[in-house]
Design a protein around this ligand. Structure first.
Ligand code: MOS
Length: 749
């Protein structure tokens, strides 16, 4: 049978249904074991000693007292650390970061690990860590956006662009009959996944087994192998469950390397679980940004220029700079566009990807600036956006594969009741006298794909098994991916075993960039198709089968049977086909990646529009988001309940960005003062009311065969601006710094 005949796609029996999470019961009953739940025989417990200064040198560290403690097995410091095969200050992989693994006594940020203490119990290890009595030679820390002199970026992190220019920017400025020139600031954000970073490492000869939460399981094996001079195949990562990730668990950090090193040194398994406060420093964060946005319009209120310049903080020893200005590249059709980036090196850990890297702070500033421009033009903010949103990708001219953004604007506005919004601020009060405001923002997020592989098996009993090494951070990927796999095998969901979360399965790629369902889903779909194709070859070539002679393209798979297309009376069950074939299971393989030809011709984004209502106490200026309506077009929705939950989660993160989250530094020491969940504010249940998500149907035939985009991060974009704009509408005050605080509104009295 020719490989070139595409097997018909099967949709609908499982995809499109709101199945609850397949791992839900295991999680709520405690049967799901997370990395730190593993307690192998002979386990040692590790704790790191975090630096209490942000810049300088460790001058004194005394292991004597700790080593005299009966429960302490070892103390590892820069003086006795065994060698690594890879240099922690070099970068060898696409997603490599430099990190601290006790390679020197230099301190580059507060909470940097300066020693690792190994105890027979966690209590002993903690006690031992307190006996080291470190002393430092400290230099004044450079903290914040003004902590050092900015530099212009030549290249962006992970291959992202540092400078993008389309059209004649100066001419665009000159042609404007009205303009805004506004600067917004956003603070540092820390991931704060519920499960902190945990690792259990165990060696057997040169075989390394690691239990850890990980968003990039197979790629991480190669990285770990590099630092220990072993082959990637010798590393097994088990990551069945993650308590959140948000980007930080896609990156390797020094504490993990030290734990693996300690396990090899001691010939015993070692466990490390970072306490919450040590998640502030060595495990990545979102840098602070200062963004200047200049928009000009012509007499018809069409944008002549969108000029977005972003400065962001990074560390002194690595290069990740939040690509915030790139958020202006995908949405509005300005005559000229420029996105440029600057960095400032300060004494913090290195920033990294945090949910919607670049887009979150970038779209916050952009949507606020758009609102200020609309005000200046005397236009309703939605009207202004409808005049200016792009129907093709700005700059490249590549068409979006649908016109769904307009429908998001219209359906969101209608549901919200936007048309009765007064143009001017401070004109709405509710029945209790609260200042009431309505604001909106456009949401957009790229729809990337990474590369993934998968395997599918049809077993003699007629059930299926599918495998890919992907990760479910809690978003429900295992359920949505299993739905796709079941459809491709022509089986109901409960007849398919789904295996994931281990590096010895086919590489599932990276759970990040909102691209996991699209990527791993495509691989699973292809693997299932391959298995069914092979099954059909067996059946249609067998004179004993009712399918004999139908030809591969002449059969369809559903309900665990192959049917002759157009003649339902001719069909045979998978069991019978396999039994006659000697009872040998049928295997299929597949991969998923972006089709580069399609990507060269089409722009690929998810789109949306978010509408917000805020109510503000006229005396105390407490702010409440009372309603949020988000309308999103994100391609095919595999599981509506889980997708809506992702979009709601994104909108809540946006609320968090607008009103709550901020890492606060003590400028004298460079230490974070709110390195805990009491002081680092996020919305709680009482903050979250009146959220609504509309998913706008979108058929995108170009992104991948399944038409899947992503829903993980787009909910954050648009929401921050919508809330800030609603606060302006309620009060008449433009707050240009996030999070917005009560004191920012006091002059409104
Ligand atoms: Mo993410 S910041 O793509 O986990």
């Amino acid at each position: 049978m020719s490989e070139t005949i595409p097997f018909p796609q099967r949709f609908g029996s499982n995809s499109g249904q709101s199945f609850t999470r397949r791992d839900g019961i295991a999680k709520v009953t405690g049967a799901a074991t997370f990395a730190a739940d593993n307690n192998p025989q002979g386990l040692l417990h590790a704790v790191t000693v975090p630096a209490t200064v942000a810049r300088g040198k460790v001058t004194h560290l005394d292991s004597t007292a700790a080593m005299a403690h009966p429960g302490i097995a070892a103390v590892i410091t820069p003086d006795n650390r065994p060698p690594l095969s890879g240099d922690p200050d070099s970068k060898n992989f696409m997603f490599s970061f430099r990190f601290e693994a006790l390679q020197s006594r230099e301190v580059r940020y507060a909470n940097q690990p300066i020693a690792l203490v190994l105890g027979q119990s966690i209590e002993a290890a903690r006690q031992g860590a307190r006996l080291l009595n470190p002393r430092y030679e400290a230099l004044p820390p450079r903290i914040g956006l003004d902590g050092a002199t900015p530099y212009k970026l030549e290249t962006g992190a992970f291959g992202m662009r540092a400078l993008t220019v389309h059209g004649d920017v100066e001419a665009g400025h000159a042609a404007a009959i009205a303009a805004v020139d506004v600067t917004y600031e956003t603070p540092e954000h820390y991931h704060n996944a519920m499960e902190t970073h945990a690792i259990v490492a165990e060696w057997d000869g040169d075989q390394l087994t690691i239990d850890m939460p990980n968003q990039a399981i197979v790629p991480s094996c190669a990285m770990f192998a590099h630092y220990f001079g072993i082959a990637p195949e010798n590393v097994l990562i088990r990551s069945p469950y993650l308590g959140g990730g948000f980007g930080s668990k896609a990156i390797i950090n020094g504490a993990q390397i030290l734990t693996i090193l300690a396990a090899r040194m001691m010939c015993r398994p070692v466990k490390l679980m970072l306490p919450r406060d040590e998640m502030f420093g060595p495990t990545g964060h979102r840098g602070a940004t200062r963004q200047r946005i200049r928009i000009g319009i012509d007499k018809d209120a069409r944008m002549t220029v969108l000029d977005h310049e972003a400065l962001a903080t990074t560390s002194t020893f690595d290069d990740f700079v939040e690509p915030a200005a790139n958020a202006s590249q995908g949405i509005y059709a300005a005559g000229a566009l420029r996105s440029s980036h600057y960095g400032v090196r300060i004494d913090t850990g290195t920033p990294g990807p945090v949910r919607a890297p670049g887009e979150a702070p970038g779209s916050a500033a952009l949507e606020c600036a758009m609102d200020e421009m609309a005000e200046k033009a005397g236009l309703d903010p939605l009207t202004f956006r409808l005049k200016n949103y792009a129907e093709t990708e700005p700059g490249t001219g590549k068409p979006y594969s649908s016109k769904a953004l307009r429908e998001c604007y219209e359906r969101g506005a209608e549901r919200f009741g936007w048309s009765s919004r007064p143009l001017r601020p401070r004109e709405m009060r509710d029945e209790s006298g609260f200042l009431t405001g309505w604001g909106m923002g456009t949401a957009a997020f790229p729809a990337p794909m990474f590369a993934a592989k998968a395997r599918a098996v049809l077993r003699p009993d007629g059930t299926g098994q599918v495998e890919t090494a992907g990760a479910d951070m809690g978003q429900g990927a295992w359920t949505a991916l299993a739905q796709i796999a079941a459809d491709s095998l022509g089986l109901p969901l409960d007849k398919v075993d789904f295996h994931s979360g281990r590096s010895d399965l086919p590489d599932g790629g990276i759970a990040g960039g909102s691209g996991h369902t699209a990527t791993a889903g495509s691989a699973l779909h292809a693997a299932g198709e391959d298995a069914v194709r092979r099954l059909a070859e067996v059946a249609t070539a067998d004179p004993a089968s009712p399918l004999f002679g139908a030809g591969n393209a002449g059969v369809i798979a559903s309900g665990g049977r192959l049917h002759v297309r157009g003649d339902e009376s001719r069909s045979e069950s998978y069991q019978d086909i396999i039994a006659r074939n000697g009872g040998v299971q049928i295997e299929g393989n597949g991969s998923g990646a972006r089709n580069s030809e399609a990507a060269a011709q089409h722009a690929m984004y998810s789109h949306g529009a978010v509408f917000a209502e805020v109510k503000i106490d006229p005396d105390l200026f407490q702010m409440r988001v009372t309603r949020l309506v988000g309308a999103f077009a994100a391609g095919r929705i595999i599981n509506p309940m889980l997708a809506e939950s992702q979009l709601l989660g994104g909108m809540i993160w946006g609320m968090s960005f607008a009103l709550h989250e901020e890492a606060k530094y003590d400028l004298r020491t460079g230490r974070i003062m709110n390195a805990d969940l009491a002081g680092y504010h996020v919305p709680v249940n009482a903050d979250v009311t009146g959220l609504e998500v509309i998913t706008v149907h979108e058929n995108d035939p170009y992104v991948n065969a399944l038409g899947i985009k992503g829903v993980g991060e787009i909910g954050i974009t648009g929401t921050v601006g919508a809330i800030a704009n609603a606060i302006w509408h309620a009060t008449g005050i433009r707050v240009r710094r996030f999070p917005i605080r009560i004191r920012d509104l006091l002059p409104a009295a």
